[in-house]
Design a protein around this ligand. Sequence first.
Ligand SMILES: [Zn+2]
Length: 117
Amino acid sequence: MSSNIRISKVCQHCGKEFIAKTTVTKFCGDNCAKRNYKKRKREEKVKNVNSLEHQKLVYNKSTVEEKEFLSIEETCRLLGASRMTIHRQIKNGVLKVAKLGRRTIIKRTEIDKLFAS
Ligand SMILES: [Zn+2]
């Protein structure tokens, strides 16, 4: 028994009607299949760029850059330094901080001073 099935389908890429030989065929031809594959890849890329992680990164970056007072964590992120390094600089009096309850707040200008000398 040969497969003589002919199914009317609509190409998922160009929307043209075509006759498919199998039930899983989605495209009218190789060209559309390839183009659709590329398009999907492109869309995946765009999706990745707009992912939550990326948005968080952008948000953190912009807020940290505009803030006048930073937490230890934000300072680490801003300077690309480890917590240890920041704490050492505070202990050595290089970086002046203010204590706000249990939180340590670092004034933005104090960080700028690090680069002044
Ligand atoms: Zn097509």
